[in-house]
Design a protein around this ligand. Structure first.
Ligand code: OGA
Ligand code: MN
Length: 200
């Protein structure tokens, strides 16, 4: 896809092994402080453009209450994150023949009281999503602020993953998961690594 180098903190062998064994992997301290700040700035400076995630094609659902902004080419800082994910996709394709061809991504903002109930990102295997990734980009996150990602791994074990600043959670898009109610503003980028052929 491209020749972007992965950040040093991304231990690819570790990530591939965890994905293989458990269906999910975590990267902590994913980026240098300068980039973390730049990304948080890009996100917060666009908060007025975020839309209610529960409304899709005019239909309102009560499964989630966060707000999102789809990432396009103009969001340059977020694009760099997507390029790193594309480079990681190359590694995953080589290791597991996943056939990932593209990424789609949005910023998400959960304000206090907001959540995303239990779901899968590719419930019927039809939308092309193979791997889900969530990068947490709020400037700080304290224990007790809620907003954890609760995920059932491929061996049916449940995990509670705190949305720690500068952490990336990576998991198979077919796994069951939810975002517990946040008690403080929680900012992230969800990106799905997908095959080109979705049948929406
Ligand atoms: C999603 C999702 C998890 C998280 O955006 O589909 O499940 O921790 N996000 O934000
Ligand atoms: Mn999800």
């Amino acid at each position: 896809m491209d020749a972007v180098q992965l950040p040093k903190s991304w231990n690819v062998d570790h990530i591939l092994n965890d994905l293989d064994q458990h269906g999910f992997a975590i990267i902590d301290h994913a980026y240098a402080a300068e980039y973390v700040h730049a990304l948080a700035d890009e996100c917060t400076s666009h908060l007025n453009q975020f839309r209610d995630a529960a409304i899709q094609n005019g239909v309102v659902s009560n499964i989630r209450s966060d707000h999102i902004l789809w990432i396009n080419e103009e969001l340059n800082t977020a694009q760099q994150h997507i390029q790193h994910l594309n480079a990681l996709s190359n590694c995953m394709n080589q290791a597991f023949f996943l056939g990932i061809q593209e990424a789609e991504a949005h910023f998400a903002c959960y304000n206090a009281g907001e959540f995303y109930a239990l779901h899968r990102d590719n419930p019927q295997g039809k939308n092309g999503r193979i791997i889900s990734t969530v990068y947490y980009l709020h400037e700080e996150w304290q224990e007790g602020w809620g907003g954890e990602l609760r995920l059932q791994d491929k061996n049916d074990q449940w995990h509670i993953i705190a949305p720690k600043t500068n952490r990336i959670a990576i998991f198979q898009s077919d796994l069951l998961h939810e975002v517990l109610q946040a008690k403080h503003q929680r900012l992230s980028i969800t990106a799905w690594l997908r095959s080109g052929n979705s049948i929406w």
